[in-house]
Write a protein that binds this ligand. Structure first.
Ligand code: NAP
Length: 346
């Protein structure tokens, strides 16, 4: 692994290099894994760095494979950036069966298209994206292996003292977004069972990098003197580069019915403490409001850490990088996580 400055990520180019840096384990896995990889929903917050990691690891492994990213590419410039890094791109609306059918076959599929924010008032699109589309994709790619993103939101909130939810806990989603994500899991499970599709469901909890994530949200508010509500007392998160590693390593744990794994870091973090730390690093007094509730939405990453290894980057490290980035006015995607939401309405 390249040596990273503990205090600073200089710019977006360096950040993107870091997020897409594969580990030896990913390189070895991609050496063993035959065939092309299609990434559905490549143009969002996570997809570009995952696609680049696949490409870099495949090149390092000396394997020739097509890495194909599919999205509508509604964010300007994303398609050209991916192409420049050797990733093939296809502009398609996945909800259109004709366009879905025309996509190239590939033995490996990463499924990351989804809809979260804007659910309230547009519930039907969220259900179509999160619960109906997975069925269309399973039918289209019924001969492929499938690694599909899900979310820790499928769990109910639990007392913080009980620790994070485990994969064996019964999902009890709150609100239509989270319910539709459980729908995604169940539909993929159904097709995995009936069509014998080897699949994995990645329950991701708060991927973080410098341009978005719970820490960026908090740091920006502390810097601006805006209130931070601590009713959601604790949260967990993971460096997006580490989430990418774990997601890709899941290709060697596929099963029918699907293998389910939480992808999250090891720390349970106090929102109040994080704000105080950002206050110290940014020279601002945090404006903390609310009273900590006894329960929070947390997931336990023990299984992922045992199978895939510990994350390379600690939460404390991401905090320091984020404070420095936000202080310098670094680029932000302007996509708040709404981590404080407790009623499931996004
Ligand atoms: N980021 C996190 O911290 C986090 C946490 C938990 C779970 N997850 C899950 O992980 C997955 C990836 O996360 P993300 O943050 O990268 O999501 P995201 O930013 O919302 O990206 C979604 C992707 O899907 C594409 N898409 C949406 N509708 C489409 C359509 N009709 N046809 C083709 N492409 C479409 C979007 O690109 P276009 O708009 O350009 O088409 C984008 O590439 C999601 O399924 C999410 O539920 C993420």
């Amino acid at each position: 692994m390249a040596t990273w400055d503990p205090d600073r990520i200089e710019n977006v180019e360096q950040l993107e290099e870091m997020l897409s840096e594969p580990t030896e384990a990913v390189i070895e896995m991609l050496r063993r894994l035959p065939g092309d990889i299609v990434i559905l929903g490549v143009a969002g917050k996570v997809g570009p760095s995952l696609a680049r990691m696949v490409k870099r690891a495949s090149d390092a492994a000396g394997t020739r494979r097509r890495v194909i990213g599919v999205a509508r590419f509604s964010r300007a410039g994303e398609e050209a950036k991916l192409k420049a890094k050797g990733i093939e791109t296809i502009k398609a609306d996945l909800l259109d069966p004709v366009q879905l059918e025309k996509l190239p076959d590939a033995p490996n599929v990463v499924y990351m298209a989804g809809q979260k924010f804007g659910t309230t008032g547009n519930e039907s699109l969220t259900w179509a994206m999160n619960s109906f589309l997975p069925g269309m994709v399973c039918q289209r790619y019924r001969h492929s292996k499938l690694v599909a993103y899900s979310t820790g939101n499928v769990y109910k909130m639990k007392p913080v003292v009980a620790g994070g939810s485990r994969e064996t806990d019964r999902p009890e989603p709150l609100g239509e977004y989270s319910m539709s994500c459980l729908g995604r899991e169940r539909i993929i499970e159904y097709f995995s069972r009936t069509m014998k599709i080897p699949a994995a469901l990645i329950r991701l909890n708060y991927a973080c990098e410098m341009r978005y994530g719970v820490l960026v949200d908090m740091a920006q508010r502390v810097l601006a003197g805006e209130p931070v509500d601590v009713t959601m007392s604790c949260l967990d998160l993971i460096w997006q580069g580490d989430a990418n590693v774990m997601t890709l390593l899941a290709f060697e744990h596929l099963a029918s019915p699907p293998f389910v794994v939480n992808v999250v870091g090891p720390e349970i973090l106090s929102v109040r403490q994080l704000c105080e730390e950002f206050g110290r690093l940014l020279g601002k007094k945090p404006n903390i409001v609310g009273v900590e509730a006894p329960d929070a939405g947390l997931a336990d990453g023990g299984l992922a850490h045992r199978l895939f290894g510990y994350p390379r980057v600690s939460a404390g490290q991401i905090v320091r990088w984020t404070a420095d980035w936000v202080k310098r006015g670094g680029e932000s995607l302007g996509k708040p996580t709404h981590f404080e939401v407790r009623d499931g309405n996004y």
